[in-house]
Write a protein that binds this ligand. Structure first.
Ligand code: FE2
Ligand code: FE2
Length: 197
């Protein structure tokens, strides 16, 4: 089975600035994603994206675009894994959504979908995706969850190949280098934001 999308251009440039409302986005999330763990993952990645855009000084409209990409990046994974992430891309294209958002979603797993992360939005979605899940898994095995979690502890889990074994260590490394972010900085950011959720 191949998830390759076979194209690298998405949406219509005329739709720049078009977004779903928060209500519409959550409605899509709730009706497509039945697995609560996956839903939480998507909410976490959405929140991280929003916070990063905020830190980068982007305005509220841009922050929502970032959040929307994170919130919906795995929308079709639960019920239609064989067409991940084609289905959500086509849905957003049909709804005339901003191509930037669609592109970010299409590039969140370049080895699977064949779309390279190019914009900062693409790169940060790629970077947050895997690492956020590993840090969340780590929080679940700690008695105080996120409280007192430090970079050293997360890096130890990263080195343990059997811990959250489905999380690709190579992707995390690759994402950090593409986004030109130090892994320690990324870990600290994720821990501080996810602990707020
Ligand atoms: Fe995915
Ligand atoms: Fe994901």
């Amino acid at each position: 089975m191949s998830l390759q999308l076979g194209r690298t251009s998405f949406g219509n440039p005329a739709n720049k600035g078009n977004v779903l409302s928060k209500e519409e986005a959550y409605q899509l999330l709730d009706s497509w994603v039945l697995n609560p763990r996956l839903k939480l993952h998507m909410q976490q990645v959405g929140f991280l994206m929003k916070c990063w855009a905020e830190k980068a000084g982007l305005d509220a409209a841009e922050q929502w675009k970032w959040e929307m990409a994170g919130l919906l990046h795995d929308a079709d994974w639960d019920q239609w894994p064989e067409t991940h992430c084609r289905k959500i891309i086509e849905e957003l294209e049909q709804r005339n959504i901003d191509p930037e958002i669609i592109r970010a979603i299409a590039s969140h797993g370049h080895t699977h979908f064949g779309v390279e992360p190019e914009t900062l939005m693409d790169k940060m979605l790629y970077a947050f995706d895997e690492l956020s899940g590993l840090i969340h898994a780590y929080s679940l095995m700690r008695p105080n969850a996120y409280e007192g979690m430090d970079i050293k502890g997360v890096k130890k889990r990263l080195k343990e190949k059997t811990f959250a074994a489905n999380v690709s260590r190579e992707d995390i490394e690759d994402a950090c280098s593409r986004a030109e972010i130090n892994i320690d900085e990324l870990i600290a950011f994720i821990v501080s934001k996810q602990s707020m959720m």
